[in-house]
Design a protein around this ligand. Structure first.
Ligand code: FES
Length: 224
């Protein structure tokens, strides 16, 4: 098959973006991540396309980008499936500052979690009142940012934390045994998530891990 693959490129955050187009010929049995790796081997033909990856197995979230406008993990999308009328378009996320090409700065995700004090001081190993099944699912969140990219209420640098911090708030609040810290986390959750979420649930529809974000949110909202 022949696929025209266009990539939105930008040398740095202050430079103008442009689109570079490549022609792919093959059976389409490569992921977008494989294709980027192949293109970058041929430095004589083009400057390396900057993008991030880690596991290449849908386990770390580093390779999140817009594929045909939809937030996805590049290591889990195959060319043959992504091609729409023989074309694929790759762009960096729009809600985060571009570092270079397809790489964005997602550090605010972790800064927000720190601001919300989302960590465990102590964990009561013998407390079986947690919902273990839901805690396990919440633990699979990759912090990739796909949920934030589609959220109509989230803007980087603004007060609303978005779903990624909500998932961590659920994990930390339910498992924490220190009442004072739990109270602080609940106040932060109220301030940075609960007061702003418009319940569009676009986060749930786009999550690569298919996390039950509505169920997790209901659980943390009701946590005593
Ligand atoms: S490289 Fe880890 S999820 Fe894609």
């Amino acid at each position: 098959m022949t696929i025209e693959i266009s990539v939105k490129r930008q040398k740095s955050s202050d430079e103008k973006s442009y689109v570079q187009t490549f022609n792919y010929e093959g059976d389409g049995n490569l992921t977008i991540a494989d294709w980027l790796t192949e293109v970058n081997k041929n430095e004589a033909k083009t400057d390396r396309i900057a993008w991030e990856c880690g596991c290449l197995e849908k386990k770390c979230g580093a390779c999140a980008m817009l594929i045909n406008g939809y937030p996805s993990l590049a290591c889990s999308v195959f060319l043959r499936k992504a091609a729409k009328r023989g074309k694929i378009h790759l762009e960096p996320f729009h809600k985060f500052p571009v570092i270079k090409d397809l790489m964005v700065d997602r550090s605010m995700i972790f800064e927000t979690m720190k601001e919300m004090k989302l960590w465990l001081m102590e964990k009561n190993q013998s407390d079986y009142t947690w919902n273990r099944d839901l805690q396990y699912k919440a633990g699979q969140c990759l912090q990739c940012g796909c949920c934030l990219e589609v959220c109509p209420n989230f803007l980087s640098g603004e007060q609303f934390s978005g779903a990624s911090a909500m998932v961590e708030a659920y994990r930390a609040i339910e498992q924490n045994t220190r009442d004072e810290h739990k109270k602080e986390m609940k106040e932060e959750y109220q301030k940075k998530f609960f007061n702003y979420c418009g319940q569009s649930l676009s986060c749930k529809s786009v999550c690569p891990q298919k996390l039950p974000l509505d169920e997790i949110q209901a659980r943390v909202n009701n946590h005593k």
